[in-house]
Write a protein that binds this ligand. Sequence first.
Ligand code: ADP
Ligand code: MG
Length: 465
Amino acid sequence: MSAAATYQRSDPFDPAIAPRLDPGVWHRVLTHVRLTHPTLNRTWFESLEPRQLENGVIHVTCDSLAQLNFLSGQCQQPFNSAAQAVTNRLSVVMFHCPQLRAGGVMDLAGEGGWAPGDGAMPLSPDYAFENFITGPGNSLAHAAAVAVSDNPGSAYNPLFLHGGVGLGKTHLLQAICQRLLDSRPDLKILYLSCDAFINQFMNAVQSGDMNNFRYRYRHADVLVIDDIHFLKGRERTQEELFHTFNTLYQQKKQIILSADAPPNEVPELEDRLVSRFNWGLVAPIEKPCFDTRVAILRTKAKLRGLELSDEIIQYVAGRIDTNTRELEGAITKIQGLALISNQGQGGDEIDLALARRALGDNGQPDDPKRITIEAIIDAVVRYYGVKVSDLHSKKRNRSVAFPRQICMYLSRRHTRYSLEEVGGYFGGRDHTTVLHGVRTVKNLVETNPDVAGQVKAIEQQLDAS
Ligand code: ADP
Ligand code: MG
């Protein structure tokens, strides 16, 4: 890596002056981490470079900023404990990455870059293009993401990715950032969650520091904001984003956004933002098909150094068809159970029976078919042709109140939310109102075939979705 040349010879982890740690010791540290924290294990741990220094500090260099983020964000304690257990001394492990300039500020944004913790999200090395599996549901989004990383500002601007939860939006956004970090270190990349953008905007307003805020966002080369649907109803933040967008767009700076729905369907988003978000490429990400699920499971297992037979992979892929995050959860469960059952170590295979047990005898992990309030609202809105915002509102006319009561009834029947929680969801109503709504619908279902038919039709939609 060329950036390594920027090190001063006095750097404590300069390979030229720091003695290597005994490979046997390091191997035991890694093994310890793998055993105590199997889900943290990554195959690239093998490429970490450990150096021993006095004072019990083991300096470890890794290959990329994303790896550094993962190590210092999630692995610090496990590695410290492992080092202490193995050396019997009070050792600590310090992670370094040659791409990171001395001083420790995460330099994603060039000058004035952010420090970890100031609202920017850490990048995960798991979320690289190499680990992203393409299939019919995501190939357009993937191709567009690659194109944008190769030609920021000119391929598709803005790039807008949308899809349900756990389908890979964040993965692709991070993959773009990581590829750009590697190929275009000159670029100032700002990558953050929509929440962070909102918070930073509000802080800037409160502290009267708008100039700094604007300077920062309007001088980015690449602006990446994840989960833009959280802008819902945030008028002032939307206005600020509108101006930021215009400034960046005019200068041909790349803008990349993600949301849980296409621009026109994000609720309470200003029309002028909707129209701008549609200027570039809007690419959907859909649920992975069986073959894609199989490939994803293989990649994820391999990434964690876990051996799973084809039989188990096919079993899991057949069992879980909701989203990729659930697939990962299944791997974690299998890995956990294998560990305590002493399977899958030292060459023996994890057997299908164990996988079945890990995912629960009577169904799927966390019951991915579980009906959510969102699904209920969705079905009710479609059935009665009302607006989602009306269901959440205080409006009491029957054309809105009745569908809302149906929602309450179905929420109580199909989800585990309490009366209070359901009330909170629908316009902050108290539990007696919810109880009344539930009872009203229940009586009607028992006495009025018309209403019973409506409820049944909606429930069928829920089962089908
Ligand atoms: P979202 O942001 O859309 O909610 P994420 O990007 O966080 O979803 O993805 C959830 C998990 O699924 C992550 O661990 C991600 O790596 C994984 N994932 C999603 N899609 C894919 C894919 N096509 N290939 C490999 N992993 C995927
Ligand atoms: Mg996400």
